[in-house]
Unconditional design. Structure first.
Length: 273
């Protein structure tokens, strides 16, 4: 009897905001100029990653060749911005509109987890009170979110290719694999199951991996809602959203709030800042 081919899932992971909490003097700088109020980790499930990558590359080449964009600074090769890869923060509104339209043509599933960094500061201070040797590291926050975000995402397929946007110069492949294995183990323990799925951790960059440009757009839209209270970008991409887990919105439950297609994330749903 012929065996069916293994089911393969491609996840693309990036972040919005930063894990910084303190300046060099130990003062809290969360929400100040250059330091985000929120830290968001996002995962985009792309069934046909090769096609989306080709279409993103084709779209960028077409826009760069369009005389309408001839003098746009971010689209010049020497700027190393849109000429290399789409990046929502750097792309001009006309370019963003084109990318949004392309993304909506694909069957994508976006998952994200959000932390309010003021709550993280409270946690760090509690740890410092219990242990004089404890020192916060932004990687600690990142890896924690990886474990939480992936807990329910590693048990339905035979193979997982997980493309992480690289962060700085350090090679964190081993740390990320450990966080993923911890997430899978926790799920298996809670549900009494055993999984032998294959997990590949692939650190890469948006120019090398166009699908990371797609997850960047989803994260940028979500960040604009949380940081700037701008709703229209999330509203545009909402058909592809499957979950936004706001860990620190404990107004109704201690574990936070889950936004889904049945419970949409809107500006009105967020607590005031």
């Amino acid at each position: 009897m012929k065996q069916s081919p293994p089911s393969i899932c491609n996840y693309f992971v990036d972040e919005a905001g930063d894990g910084t909490l303190f300046n060099s003097k130990g003062h809290v700088i969360v929400g100040t100029e250059g330091c985000s109020r929120f830290f968001i980790l996002g995962l985009l499930d792309i069934p046909d990653a090769a096609t989306l990558a080709d279409e993103l590359n084709s779209l960028r080449r077409r826009l760069l060749a369009d005389p309408y964009f001839k003098g746009v600074p971010s689209m010049q090769p020497e700027a190393c911005k849109t000429a290399l890869a789409f990046h929502a923060k750097d792309d001009i509104p006309e370019v963003r509109r084109e990318v949004f339209s392309l993304l909506l043509q694909h069957k994508l599933r976006f998952f994200a987890i959000v932390r309010d960094k003021h709550k993280v500061v409270e946690y760090v201070r509690q740890r410092n009170e219990r242990s004089a040797t404890y020192r916060y590291n932004p990687n600690e926050l990142y890896d924690y979110l990886v474990r939480r975000l992936f807990k329910e995402r590693l048990h339905q397929n035979d193979e997982y290719n997980i493309y992480f946007a690289t962060r700085g110069k350090a090679d964190r492949t081993i740390a990320l694999r450990e966080a993923l294995e911890a997430a899978r183990h926790r799920f298996s323990t809670q549900h009494g199951t055993t999984h032998t799925t294959s997990i590949r951790v692939i650190p890469t960059t948006p120019p090398e991996c166009p699908c990371l440009q797609a997850v960047d757009y989803f994260l940028w839209a979500l960040q604009r809602l949380y940081e700037r209270r701008e709703e229209r970008y999330v509203a545009t991409l909402w058909p592809a959203f499957r979950l936004v887990y706001d860990v620190d919105d404990t107004r109704q439950t201690q574990y936070g709030v889950y936004y889904t297609q049945k419970k949409p994330l809107t500006l009105a749903a967020l607590p005031g800042i």
